[in-house]
Design a protein around this ligand. Structure first.
Ligand SMILES: [Zn+2]
Length: 485
């Protein structure tokens, strides 16, 4: 063989190999191919509820509290299919929300911090992207910033979850039909001069480093936009029509904690997760081809990070109210609807029980009026007596023991020295731990844990989601359903 012919042969071999590789590994890798599960179901309406940080203890604490106060179980705890999911990421047994969101959105493990990319940086397709390809309508609803890790894993790809301005730009071309949540600050230009307040009466301040006004760009892309305080009324009055696309961001950063909202002046001005879910259903259900809707209770995690028992309870109950809205929808279309309720990981190492006692005393949590993160942490201004009055008034801690007073004094000393516990002031953490001990509950960490999380499901195909599974297997089942379309 002449050199020339050999060269030609090698060249054509290389060409064919390249062609084969590009067919086998398209630009964005899909998860469902490797899973051999066969499904018959093809649910038209898919709800994917993710309680961020909602471990078994968070769910049960909220349920006991709810039963004690209203006699009602959580709706999610009544669904017929139950599963347990492992949550580890590619590089750690303890996941963060980016890697866990990626697992739930794409069926792939990745490194903590990465969003819908493999550890090597390659993009992986999300359930929302595939639902879009099947002409379904899609929605993302959350109580956090819309650009936070869990929602971001469904409609963007980034090596770092902190790149929230880039994530916001990704959303423009995501095709997602309904966005509702917080995080306005990543969608407005850095020269934003508007002095309107957000829905929780907070200042709106851009975090962008450029002068792009993504609200305007969403409009140019055909979206109806609602933002800040003044957007709330319009959002509530809005009557969805077929093919409408919605972008709604009501707060500068995260939506307020439910415990703060319920006891605030802006109580009726901030849309709740269930109200946003209701509007999402009304909008997306106009499409005859169905919808895929992800709803995140994002601040169950935040409350757990700050070891805030009442924060966890109120967030989880409102998350469950949203599940209930979906359940009402399922009752109308039982053969066509699937509801999945799961979590990305547990946070806080919450244990329902403490010391050598055999009781829970949830009454002690009933007089709490504010969250730990957004209120207690900012409440100490150097005056101990005022602080003691504050925790008496807002945490029901007016009759604390001498030992507890000493504990608070010690933590004031640490606070003044700039010491932090898990990144938080020891003073606020002492107070929240004193309160938790009164209820006889305890916290193991200020971060996430490796414990499994419960899953519940009902409706078309739900039985494929039960049992002991990894979180990637949950989304792989959902990909199978979408593949039937
Ligand atoms: Zn977290």
């Amino acid at each position: 063989m002449s050199n020339k012919r050999l060269f030609k042969k090698v060249l054509s071999f290389l060409f064919i190999t390249l062609l084969l590789v590009s067919i086998t590994f398209p630009n964005a890798i899909r998860a469902s191919g490797k899973n051999t599960l066969k499904v018959k179901e093809n649910p038209k309406y898919i709800f994917y509820f993710i309680g961020d940080g909602m471990g078994a203890a968070q769910r049960q604490l909220a349920e006991y509290y709810s039963k004690q106060n209203t006699g009602k179980k959580l709706t999610m705890n009544t669904l017929p299919i139950a599963g347990i999911n492992t949550t580890h990421s590619e590089n750690s047994l303890i996941t963060d929300s980016a890697a866990a969101g990626t697992a739930l959105a794409t069926g792939h493990k990745t490194k903590n911090g990465m969003l819908s990319k493999l550890p090597n940086g390659k993009d992986v397709k999300t359930l929302i992207e595939v639902a879009e390809e099947k002409d379904m309508s899609t929605g993302i609803i959350t109580t956090t910033r819309l650009t936070h890790a869990t929602p971001a894993a469904f409609a963007s790809h980034n090596v770092n979850r902190s790149n929230e301005n880039e994530i916001a730009v990704d959303y423009l071309d995501s095709g997602v039909d309904f966005f509702a949540g917080g995080g306005l600050r990543h969608f407005i230009p850095n020269n934003w001069t508007n002095d309107e307040k957000d829905a929780a009466d907070r200042t709106i301040k851009s975090k962008r480093e450029d002068d792009r006004n993504l609200l305007e760009e969403f409009k140019d892309n055909g979206y109806i936009t609602f933002y800040g305080k003044k957007g709330v009324k319009d959002f509530r009055d809005y009557k969805p029509k077929k093919d409408d696309k919605i972008f709604a961001s009501f707060t500068d950063s995260h939506m307020p904690y439910e415990v703060d909202r319920l006891n605030s002046l802006y109580k009726n001005n901030v849309p709740t997760l269930s109200q946003m879910t209701q509007k999402g259903i009304e909008t997306l259900s106009q499409n005859k081809k169905g919808f895929f809707l992800m709803v995140e209770g994002g601040r169950i995690d935040h409350a757990s990070h700050t070891n805030d028992a009442v924060g966890v309870i109120k967030e989880t109950i409102e998350f469950d109210n949203s599940v209930k809205i979906a359940y009402e929808f399922l009752k109308k279309y039982p053969k066509d609807t699937l509801i999945v309720v799961t979590a990305d990981h547990e946070t806080g190492g919450l244990s329902l029980g403490y010391d050598s006692n055999y009781f829970l005393k949830l009454d002690s949590l009933e007089n709490v009026k504010v969250s730990v993160e957004d209120n207690l942490l900012n409440s100490y201004k150097g005056d101990k007596e005022k602080f003691l009055n504050y925790i008496g008034e807002n945490f029901g801690l007016s009759n604390i023991t001498e030992q507890e007073k000493r504990e608070i004094q010690d933590s004031i000393d640490l606070h003044n020295k700039g010491v932090t516990w898990g990144g938080y002031s020891p003073l606020a953490m002492s107070v929240t731990h004193i309160l938790s001990r009164k209820a006889n509950i305890n916290w193991g960490t200020y971060a996430h844990t490796a414990t499994q999380v419960p899953l519940s499901a009902i409706g078309s195909g739900a039985e494929h989601l039960g049992g002991y599974k990894d979180n990637t297997e949950v989304s792989q089942v959902l990909f199978k359903f979408l593949d039937k379309k």
